[in-house]
Design a protein around this ligand. Structure first.
Ligand code: NAP
Length: 484
């Protein structure tokens, strides 16, 4: 029965594969709980790709989400390899849903090797930057490049979000897992942002952990984590790992949250082999709907559904992913059981008392990091060449000796190979030649760049250049292994 109050419009995207079954279960439960929601059905995914819409998201769906600001969606199939981009990533990026929230919690009745240890953590994943920008190039026929773009602003925004999320749920610790030991600029940006904002949340204990150790600790002692914030790809991988600890993807909900729009969906995909068989576990989408209700301020409805899920699972009503597909409760019966348990309260499982989430407000200036001085000290030129490092080095020196720049070194996949170091580094056909301004660094006019490239082009094929910059006296580029 729907309550007699203004209904809140929500865009409902059934999605592909098992999506429609999961979404139907969630919709029925939300309605049975009396939540005042007005659904607006919309398409995205496989059928849309088939109509030739390369984004997988038609304009009407964009318009609907733009209007409602909230969507509950089923999984969308992503064509693998070349061609179309992921419709999921499109939605996240177009609505700037920068925070991906993935709660991972032990469930009653779902036995795993970790049962009884009280796993109850939340992965907060940055959702719009990093390698998921999907900017890739074949630099040579045999060498691919992907750009990992991480901004100071994006990092601060997600770090603050993680602390605010912890605060809204009364959590006491936030971990930040990065690969800053290797990727000092990109992953380092996240670590620095985390350390910058942590003092603003004195009641929460911050700690940094290297991401590979985080993966190890999640398997070894997952109960030590409460909230973990990560860049996009690390968060993608570790959140799937985390969900496996509590019974798998069938129990892993998520929220994509931005300043304007929030999109709620399961972590899992469209699991096409189970589509239409009435066997899958809709809990992840139902729990995503619970997150959605909380974000809409419908805390009592959310808690009522969460209690009903816990009561249902605790009574041994479980789907095939838990019991085996020959013995599990069918999806529709499982949904009926949850509806039947609405109003009952679990005595053995805690339902969190959640307060409204405060979204961080950041300086809207595009130049988020202000500098007082900057200079250019050189140029990296990426070259495709069949020569050995020594031959290429000698050739580059001969070609460029009377330009404003001098060859400092050549590297292969980040390791210095010229001048020779005595190391056994294998080189392919992909080199980076580092040129440094000989005198008066600070500015590198285009004429100097053009002259250098023209000289190089006499004998070699270059495919990419990168200016070597300094900001406020700090190097804006890394040194290679073996480079001084
Ligand atoms: P998947 O659809 O998540 O399925 C992987 C496996 O997880 C399934 O074979 C099944 O395991 C289990 N599983 C997932 N959801 C389940 C559920 N609700 N109930 C029970 N078991 C469940 O991953 P995938 O096969 O890699 O991807 C399929 C398609 O989904 C791809 O096109 C992918 O791009 C897309 N995808 C979409 C999203 C999204 O829309 N957000 C996310 C991820 C993937 P068992 O076989 O062991 O039973």
């Amino acid at each position: 029965m729907i309550e007699d109050r203004a209904r809140i419009p929500v865009t409902l995207i059934p999605g592909d594969g098992i999506g429609p079954e999961c979404i139907d279960a969630a919709r029925r439960i939300v309605e049975a709980a009396g939540a005042p929601i007005e659904w607006e059905s919309a398409d995205a995914g496989a059928e849309v790709f088939k109509k030739g819409i390369a984004s997988g998201v038609p304009q009407e769906t964009m318009d609907s989400i733009g209007r409602t600001k909230v969507a509950l969606k089923g999984p969308l199939e992503t064509p693998v390899g070349f061609g179309e981009k992921s419709a999921n990533v499109t939605l996240r990026k177009l609505f700037e849903t920068y925070a991906n929230v993935r709660p991972v919690r032990e469930m009653p009745g779902v036995n795993t090797p970790y049962s009884g240890r009280g796993i109850d953590l939340v992965v907060v994943r940055e959702n719009v930057e990093d390698l998921y920008a999907g900017i890739e190039y074949m630099q040579t026929p045999g060498v691919a490049q992907a750009l990992k773009l991480i901004s100071a602003k994006g990092s601060e925004r997600i770090a603050r979000f993680a602390f605010e999320y912890a605060r809204s749920e009364g959590r006491t610790k936030v971990a930040c897992a990065t690969k800053a030991n290797i990727l000092k600029f990109s992953e380092g940006e996240m670590k620095r942002a985390f350390e910058k904002v942590a003092p603003d949340y004195p009641e929460i204990e911050p700690w940094h952990v290297i991401v590979d150790n985080a993966a190890h600790q999640l398997v070894k002692r997952p109960e030590q984590f409460e909230v973990i914030v990560m860049t996009n790809m690390n968060g993608d991988i570790l959140s799937d790992e985390s969900s496996a600890l509590v019974g798998g993807l069938g129990f892993a909900p998520s929220a994509n949250v931005g300043n304007e729009v929030a999109i709620f969906e399961a972590v899992h995909g469209s699991a096409p082999k189970y589509a239409g068989k009435n066997v899958i576990n809709p809990t992840a989408v139902i729990l995503s709907a619970v997150l959605m209700l909380r974000s809409l301020g419908l805390f009592d409805h959310a808690s009522a559904i969460e209690h009903a899920i816990f009561v249902t699972l605790g009574s041994g009503v479980l789907t095939g992913d838990v019991l085996g597909y020959d013995r599990g409760t069918p999806t529709t019966e499982y949904t009926d059981a949850i509806i039947g348990n609405l109003g009952k309260r679990t005595e053995t499982w805690t339902v969190r008392d959640v307060k409204p989430l405060v979204l961080p407000k950041l300086d809207p200036d595009p130049d988020y990091v202000k500098t007082t001085s900057r200079s250019v000290v050189g140029l990296d030129v990426f070259v495709e060449s069949p020569l050995s490092a020594s031959e290429l080095g000698a050739s580059m020196m001969e070609l460029t000796h009377d330009t404003r720049l001098s060859l400092k070194m050549i590297s292969s996949r980040g390791t210095k190979v010229f001048p020779p170091t005595g190391a056994l580094t294998e080189t392919g056909d992909h080199f980076r030649c580092r040129f440094i301004i000989k005198e008066n660094p600070g500015d590198l006019p285009d004429e100097d760049v053009n002259q250098l490239l023209a000289r190089i082009s006499r004998r070699h094929r270059w495919m990419h250049i990168e200016k070597l910059q300094e900001f406020d006296g700090e190097l804006g580029f890394t040194r290679d292994q073996g480079e001084n």
